[in-house]
Structures are given as structure tokens and as C-alpha cells.
Design a protein around this ligand. Structure first.
Ligand SMILES: Cc1ncc(COP(=O)(O)O)c(C=O)c1O
Length: 482
């Protein structure tokens, strides 16, 4: 990996560690060892433009493969339901301390096993703080177990009749932001805000008007596929005006906050009551989640386990601590700036070659191509054709998508992973050329086909060769030969 943007381990040490680890695993189950080696080979073959993926450092990955995994530690630091948790306390304290320092947060909770779990912890913390605590106070009770049956039934109903206002899915919001297939949609009465049909941008006056009308308990911001940077100061003002808790899910862009390229009104941490995140996307850590919050919400967030989480994963918290420590290095700020510069170069290269982009460009790590408007393809056809051409992406809805959530009209691209490998703006322009060449050589198999397509073989072969050339200049985990 490029030493400028990455991680501090000698390739030789990582090579020895992995070949020894795979020998040990192979002795127990050779097929699993083969699959692990196969995954590295597969990742080395493809140009990874999936906006939610990255390459964690060997130190992060190795911190997960050890005996911390064997320990049960329900509860929080210093308050566990099991004896013998000194080392788990130590690991969790290190991770939480790094997270607080990295993001300037009053409190950090690093147990959530994933982004979905971090959101669940936040939802229940808000409900506990805003609905349950006042009900307990009114009844003169300390604990839910102290409530009489009728008071408990009233509280249960109140907990399930709250409102959430979040970003619409086809505007780039996430399923966990109050949509029916997810528990959040079953728990909350939800309304969603979209984007301006002309510009594709958030319209804060429209959000404010909707909030005044809907009066949500939770105003939820954050996105998976919005290529711009919301203004959290304005969202905070809207939340305050209607008495809502402002929650921001920064799962996608936490690395850009950590690296100091999203600051002031573009940094959610100083503005929101609760911020949730994953650790494995732009932040380049292990798969996992965490929650940041004000001290007002801290006691409620800390009850995440066993409220909605199973026992903590101490080995993953160790890897989070390593990732947060890496993100506090100056090299991570350089990485975050490079992610942004690369996304701009990719967007410019696509626009110059005639592609239509949602919002007309990007100001974060995401570029969303409208492949229906640009190339007459569904997202599903474009995703498959690009994979054949050597580029891994994922299909995504665009605002007011005519092809529905399965086939979609968009392709989402992101630069965190290739930036970790050390690719720069010139190479992003080359990639824009590969993508447009492949999509121009793709056509729906029939007039009505939404999945089947044809791709010109010589063009696909040429694209694969260009991808292989780029990857050979920026090898993944150099030195590790399995
Ligand atoms: C905004 C947002 N929140 C939450 C999640 C869920 O993260 P996880 O897959 O770790 O549960 C995602 C993942 O795609 C996301 O983009």
C-alpha cells in the first residue's frame, strides 16, 4: 500500500503473520484457509469502487484474530456482568478514548457490532431519554420494573408511537432510517424528506416546513448515496425549533470527519445530540459500529448492551482501537483529502466524457452516475457489465427512480478503497475513461430487458487490461504472497 496514505507495518512482518495464520487454519479446515486466500486473490483482481468498502491495515485485521474473542463482557467499562474483564475494560477504554479524541465527542460507545446496531442503540437511547425517563419520573419510579402494570402498558404504547423524519431512500437515505423492512420502520411512524427535483440537493426550507408539520421526536440525517455534504448547523436549528433530537448517521463519511476534511457546519459531531457510524467504510477499520453523543445521552447509550446488543466483541473493539489510533495520525488527514480529491477527479472525468451525475458532481467520496439517462441502461445491467470489465461497483436508486429499488437507474462509485491503494487524480481520470468505454459498449439485451445485457467482448477485454495495469502499479497488501 502507498506509504503516504497508509499504515505502518512492514510488508514482511504481515507476510509472515498471514502465512503462519493460514497454516494454522488450514490444519483445522483447509477449505476455509483456501477461501481466505482466495478472497485476497479476488480483491487483487478488481478495481474496487464500492463506496462503502475499504482495505483495513494488517494491524487492524490481526487485532481481531485472537483470544479476546473468547471473553464475555456484557455491561460497560468497569460495570460488567462477568468477572475477569480487566483486559476487555482496557481495550474498550482505549478505543473509546481514541474515538472521543478523534471526533471531539463528549462520549463514545464502541460496542455496536455494525452500523445497524449503532442506529438501534441510538434509537433506544433517544426513546429512553425522551420518553421512558420522564414516565419513570412522573411515576416516582427508578426502574421499569418498579412501574405498576397499567403505567408500564402506557409507557410501552408511548415508546411505540413516536415519530421520525429521515432522508428518503431514493434521495440517498438508509433502510435503517425508518423504513418498513427495517425494525426502525416498525418502531417509528416515519416521514421522509427528499431532494430538490432540479438540483438533486437537500432543500432545508422544505425540510423545516415538513418538520413543523410532522413534529418528529427524531430528526435523522446521514446517507448512503448522497454525493454532497449536508449542513448540520441548519439541521440542528430545524431540530431545535420543533423539539426533535438531532441524530446523524455518519457511517459513510466518518473517515472524512476523522481526517478533518469535513469541518465546521459539515461536521455533525458538534451539532448533533447523537452520531452513529460504522468503522469499516471511509474510516478503514474493522467491520463494526460506534456511537458518539453528548453527556446528556451517555447513560442511555451505555445501556446498549444488553438493551439491544449481545455481549461485546472484545477482539473487534481491539481492532477499532487500532483503527482509531491510525486515524489520529497525520497520514490519515492526507488520506482523507486524497479521497475527496480523487472523487472530484473521477466526477470531472465522467462529466467530461458525457455521463450524467446526480447533483452534477460530488463534494464527498461518492459519485452517483445516472446510467439510465447517460447510457440507456438499468443499474443492474451497468453493475454487471462493469464487473465484466474489471470494475466492482454497486447499483443504486437515483431520485425518483423509474426502475425501482431492485433494478435501479444508478451506479454508485466511491474512492476510499482505491485511495488507500495510493491511486491519484490522474488515475481516477483513467478510470472514468474505462467506465464510460465499458458502459458505451453495453446495451440492453432486448428493448424491455432490465437485467440482461450485451457487452462488446474486445472492449471488455481492453477495459480489464487497463484495470490490471492500474492495479499492478498499486498492489494490495504488497509483500503478502500466499
Ligand atoms: C448510512 C448507513 N448506515 C448504516 C449502515 C449499516 O451498516 P452495517 O452494514 O455495518 O450494519 C450503512 C451500510 O451500508 C449505511 O450506509
Amino acid at each position: 500500500m502507498n506509504s503516504q496514505v497508509n499504515v505502518s507495518v512492514s510488508p514482511g512482518a504481515a507476510a509472515v503473520a498471514y502465512s503462519a495464520a493460514l497454516d494454522v487454519i488450514a490444519a483445522a479446515e483447509p477449505d476455509v484457509a483456501a477461501a481466505i486466500a482466495g478472497e485476497l486473490a479476488s480483491q487483487r483482481r478488481q478495481l474496487k469502487l464500492i463506496a462503502s468498502e475499504n482495505y483495513a491495515s494488517p494491524a487492524v485485521l490481526l487485532a481481531m484474530g485472537n483470544w479476546l474473542s473468547d471473553k464475555y463482557a456484557e455491561g460497560t467499562i468497569g460495570h460488567r456482568l462477568y468477572a475477569g474483564c480487566e483486559m476487555v475494560d482496557r481495550v474498550e477504554s482505549i478505543a473509546a478514548g481514541h474515538a472521543r479524541a478523534l471526533f471531539g465527542a463528549e462520549h463514545a460507545y464502541v460496542q455496536p457490532h455494525s452500523g445497524i446496531d449503532a442506529n438501534l442503540v441510538a434509537f433506544w437511547a433517544i426513546l429512553a431519554r425522551r420518553v421512558e425517563a420522564p414516565a419513570l419520573g412522573a411515576a416516582g419510579a427508578q426502574h421499569v420494573n418498579d412501574l405498576a402494570d397499567d403505567a408500564w402498558e402506557r409507557l410501552r404504547r408511548d415508546l411505540h408511537s413516536q415519530r421520525m423524519l429521515g432522508m428518503a431512500l431514493d434521495a440517498g437515505g438508509h433502510l435503517t432510517h425508518g423504513f418498513r423492512p427495517n425494525i426502525s420502520g416498525k418502531l417509528f411512524e416515519q416521514a421522509s424528506y427528499g431532494t430538490d427535483p432540479e438540483t438533486g440537493l437537500l432543500d432545508y426550507d422544505a425540510i423545516a416546513a415538513q418538520a413543523r408539520e410532522f413534529r418528529p421526536l427524531v430528526l435523522l440525517a446521514g446517507y448512503s448515496a448522497y454525493p454532497r455534504t449536508p449542513d448540520y448547523r441548519v439541521l440542528r436549528e430545524i431540530a431545535d425549533e420543533v423539539g426533535a433530537t438531532l441524530m446523524v448517521d455518519m457511517a459513510h463519511f466518518a473517515g472524512l470527519v476523522a481526517g478533518g476534511v469535513l469541518t465546521g457546519d459539515l461536521n455533525p459531531v458538534p451539532h448533533a445530540d447523537i452520531v452513529t457510524s460504522t468503522t469499516h467504510k471511509s474510516l478503514r477499520g474493522p467491520r463494526g459500529g460506534f456511537v458518539l453523543c453528548t453527556s446528556e445521552y451517555a447513560p442511555f447509550v451505555d445501556k446498549g448492551c444488553p438493551m439491544v446488543l449481545g455481549g461485546p466483541l472484545p477482539h473487534v473493539m481491539a481492532a477499532k482501537a487500532v483503527a482509531f489510533a491510525e486515524a489520529r495520525q497525520p497520514s490519515f488527514a492526507a488520506y482523507a483529502s486524497a479521497v475527496l480529491a480523487n472523487a472530484r477527479a473521477l466526477a470531472d472525468g465522467l462529466l467530461r466524457r458525457g455521463a450524467r451525475l446526480v447533483t452534477g458532481g460530488t463534494s464527498n467520496h461518492i459519485v452517483l452516475i445516472d446510467v439510465a439517462a447517460s447510457f440507456g441502461l438499468t443499474g443492474r445491467q451497468a453493475e454487471a457489465a462493469l464487473l465484466e470489465a474489471g470494475v466492482v461497483t454497486n447499483r443504486n436508486s437515483v431520485p425518483r427512480d423509474q426502475n425501482g429499488a431492485w433494478y435501479t437507474s444508478g451506479i454508485r462509485l466511491g474512492t476510499p478503497a482505491l485511495t488507500t491503494l495510493g491511486l491519484g487524480p490522474g488515475e481516477m481520470d483513467e478510470i472514468a475513461g474505462i467506465i464510460t468505454a465499458a458502459l458505451r459498449a453495453t446495451a440492453p439485451a432486448t428493448v424491455t430487458a432490465k437485467a440482461k445485457y450485451t457487452l462488446d467482448d474486445p472492449v471488455a477485454a481492453q477495459c480489464r487490461a487497463r484495470c490490471a495495469d492500474l492495479l499492478s502499479r498499486h498492489p494490495l497488501y504488497p509483500g503478502i504472497q500466499l
